[in-house]
Ligand binder design. Structure first.
Ligand code: FAD
Ligand code: DHB
Length: 397
């Protein structure tokens, strides 16, 4: 049986933030693309992940005409609170950055908006639920991606000018980037995240360092809240019955005259924390973007935003090739991305080490983190540095 062949300009593996933004940007310039994803649309729309958008990501959504629901439903905050020594300190990020806000709008809602826009414009094909995805001929003029629509389905071929590996940290595309060096740091802790039916307990996000470990109070809507506690990196949610979670949250977030509003917990998950960078993001006609190339621990709220930044840079490179046949931007793709990636890695590592209790650190090291918190909550210069990183550096170029 001869496999059926689909021909396109850009083959995209993965319909997460990197893949969907890339597809949308290319489609607007008339550049044909097809996305393959191993998950179903329902799974993609329902997976609970990141919550905070950087200011330029919000601006991009609006510029692309994707921002209407976000502007109605997102929560916009002036700042965040850092808590330590049982006291809460407000950082007015809006004032410190000349008007940039903290936008809380969950990743799966961003993906829903992108998929809806994709449906509306008929923006190329997305094939969900594929298996056996494999890349071939990446240094040839016409690379190919083979896949199956179902377990016992026939092998099909997607032939393209370029392949974008947007398949997340577990995807296989990174393995094809020859000559790469990988940098990694594993942290000896994870986050237990919960979704709760309750009104907000506080008007902004609270990041707390406590003797029992980190806690984060975030939000989703007027009726649903998101909260996290530091846990072991491979802990099981079964070890965290609701009462234990509430006890930890009450203790770690306690501060004078304030009370945590509790409610029914309807979702729990554990993620391990790590930092990871691949120092090459392209090989032949393959380009990797987002979590396929780098991971940040979630404390800086950067993962989703970095994935979108890669997608914009890759789009700019491909657009230049198709518009005027020049490759400077595409050739510079890795270097352009890495400047932003390492800044985000540094910030995410800094927030993570400052706010978590690391059982491997000695009392001196732990006092240094307290001194860091003292500094950032009492020095305008230090607070400004945190603020400009948290709300997001503008895109280069
Ligand atoms: P992904 O969103 O991972 O998308 C990759 C897509 O590729 C997926 O849809 C997947 O199904 C598909 N795929 C994978 N392999 C294949 C294959 N072989 N063939 C076809 N398709 C494939 N960041 C924060 O800032 N704050 C948070 O609280 C936070 N929480 C997180 C919780 C979890 C459990 C995870 C995994 C990540 C979290 N992140 C968080 C990080 C953030 O969600 C990611 O940085 C972001 O999703 C990266 O987008 P992406 O498009 O690069 O990859
Ligand atoms: C959320 C996640 C983060 O990683 C963070 O730093 C802030 C908020 C959230 O899921 O709401």
């Amino acid at each position: 049986m001869i496999p059926s062949v689909i021909r396109t300009q850009v083959a995209i593996i993965g319909a997460g933030p990197a893949g969907l933004f890339l597809s949308h940007l290319l489609h607007r310039q008339g550049i044909a693309n097809v996305i393959l994803d191993s998950r179903s649309r329902e799974q993609i729309e329902q997976t609970i992940r990141a919550g905070v958008l950087e200011q330029w990501t919000v601006d991009l959504m609006n510029d692309l005409g994707l921002g209407a629901r976000m502007m109605r439903e997102a929560h916009f905050h002036r700042g965040i609170s850092l808590q330590y020594g049982h006291e809460r300190h407000h950082l007015d990020l809006e004032e410190l950055t000349g008007g940039k806000k903290v936008t809380v709008y969950p990743q799966h809602e961003v993906l829903r908006d992108l998929l809806e826009a994709h449906d509306a414009v008929g923006g190329g094909q997305i094939v969900f639920g594929v298996g056996d995805v494999a890349l071939h001929g990446l240094t040839s003029a016409r690379p190919r991606v083979t896949f199956r629509r179902s377990e016992d389905g026939l092998e099909e071929v997607l032939e393209a000018d370029f392949v974008a590996g947007c398949d997340g940290s577990q995807g296989g595309s990174r393995q094809h980037i020859e000559g790469r060096t990988e940098y990694q740091k594993l942290y000896p802790f994870g986050w237990l995240g919960i979704l709760v039916e309750a009104p907000p307990s506080y008007h902004e996000l609270v990041y707390a360092r406590h003797e029992r470990g980190f806690a984060l109070l975030s939000t989703r809507s007027d009726t649903v809240q998101r909260m996290y506690i530091q846990c072991g990196p491979t802990d099981d949610v079964a070890d965290y019955p609701d009462e234990r979670v509430w006890r930890e949250l009450r203790v770690r977030l306690a501060t004078g005259g304030w009370q945590l509003t509790e409610g029914r917990i309807f979702q729990k998950n554990v993620v391990g924390l790590r930092s990871f960078v691949s120092d090459r993001m392209q090989h032949g006609r393959l380009f990797i973007a987002g979590d396929a190339a780098h991971i940040v621990p979630p404390t800086g709220a950067k993962g989703l935003n970095l994935a979108v930044a890669d997608a914009v840079y890759l789009y700019r490179g491909l657009e230049q090739v198709y518009r005027c046949g020049r490759r400077e931007r595409l050739d510079a793709y890795t270097d352009t991305c890495l400047r932003r990636i390492w800044r985000a890695e540094r910030f995410s590592w800094y927030m993570t080490t400052m706010l978590h209790l690391n059982p491997g650190e000695n009392p001196f090291e732990q006092r240094i983190h307290m001194a860091d918190l003292e500094y950032v909550t009492h020095s305008r210069a230090a607070a400004t540095a945190l603020a400009e990183n948290y709300v997001g550096l503008p895109l280069e170029g």
